[in-house]
Design a protein around this ligand. Structure first.
Ligand code: C2E
Ligand code: MG
Ligand code: MG
Ligand code: MG
Length: 290
């Protein structure tokens, strides 16, 4: 600690700390203001049910619209908010926006589709966090089974946290929410997790599909799909960009595909247009299937 003004070194040290404190405060203010101004946007990306060729759901992905600077993607700012814990506030904001969108669809008489939101692992340190999400869903009267949490597999990095996550998933199901394991296979997951946790869906990371021409890669994907079927867990293939990948996944009876091959994540109004075009184009063909 620095008493009085004891010399240049100490003053310098103080200046650094002060600067850091200011940055933190600045960041907090920036976040609050951005939330107030609705500078954080929900983008939606469709998940297509392969067998039915129907819109099976959507994932909500955050974007930050900075006036003058343009649109930032989560990789550019999430790590920042992950470090200072503000990410929980952002997740809650996204969740509430999703509930607002769904309430609008209900009022418009539209059929609901499930929407998933990404959940930072920081939430799990608070025992009762799910009640906060549940209260928001209650406020907008959204059927819980249309709301899904995506947990990235890095959530299991810390072994001490595994029981917290386990309890969290139990609570999610108790409250009626769905839960999926995101980025499966991209790094930390082990197959062992599948026997520990009751998730509703596995999202296979795009890394599996990058060389789908390769025989070994095909076998691995095929086995994972079979495994998921045995466990009664739905499979979502993520990051599918071309039609060959999609066709192949269909042959393997993969349940859902999410990727640029169908659509990039879209602003909500564009997503709604996209969805109605998709539904119009696929309602007719459905009659002829089987
Ligand atoms: P994620 O949950 O695995 O989301 C999928 C990412 O893959 C998205 O990136 C999406 O735009 C991208 N993607 C989808 N289809 C394709 C494709 O065909 N090809 C390629 N190359 N990429 C595709 P995005 O939107 O940049 O999000 C990155 C990550 O940021 C997400 O990965 C998620 O972990 C995190 N994130 C996004 N929104 C939120 C949020 O509201 N809360 C939290 N905690 N994390 C979020
Ligand atoms: Mg996700
Ligand atoms: Mg993912
Ligand atoms: Mg990812």
């Amino acid at each position: 600690a620095c008493k009085f003004n004891q010399g240049a070194e100490c003053a310098f040290y103080d200046a650094v700390i002060l600067k850091q404190m200011n940055r933190e405060q600045e960041l907090n203010l920036l976040l609050d203001e951005a939330i107030r101004n609705h500078d954080f946007l929900v983008y939606l990306q469709p998940k297509i049910n392969l067998a039915k060729q129907q819109l099976g759901g959507a994932e909500a992905l955050i974007r930050w619209q900075i006036p003058q600077a343009g649109l930032l993607s989560p990789a550019e700012f999430m790590p920042l908010f992950e470090r200072n814990g503000k990410i929980r506030q952002l997740d809650l904001y996204m969740f509430e926006q999703v509930c607002i969108i769904m309430r609008k669809w209900i009022l418009q008489g539209k059929e609901l589709i499930p929407i998933s939101v990404n959940l930072s692992r920081q939430h799990f340190y608070e025992a009762d966090f799910l009640y906060t999400f549940d209260a928001i869903a209650e406020k907008y009267q959204i059927p819980r089974n249309f709301l899904e949490f995506e947990l990235t597999e890095s959530i299991f990095l810390n072994p001490d946290q595994i029981h917290l996550v386990k309890n969290g998933i139990l609570k999610m199901h108790e409250l009626g929410f769905k839960c999926s394991l995101d980025d499966f296979g991209s790094g930390y997951s082990s197959l062992g997790l599948l026997k520990e946790f009751e998730v509703d869906a596995l999202k296979l990371d795009r890394i599996f599909f990058l060389d789908i021409e390769n025989k070994k890669a095909k076998d691995v994907i095929g086995c994972l799909i079979d495994l998921a079927k045995k466990l009664h867990v739905a499979i979502v293939a993520e990051g599918i960009e071309d039609i060959q990948q999609a066709d192949y996944l269909k042959q393997l009876h993969c349940d859902f595909i999410q990727g640029y091959v169908y659509s990039k994540p879209l602003p909500v109004d564009e997503f709604e247009q996209w969805a109605s075009v998709w539904q119009a184009n696929h309602a007719a063909s459905e009659v002829h299937i089987d």
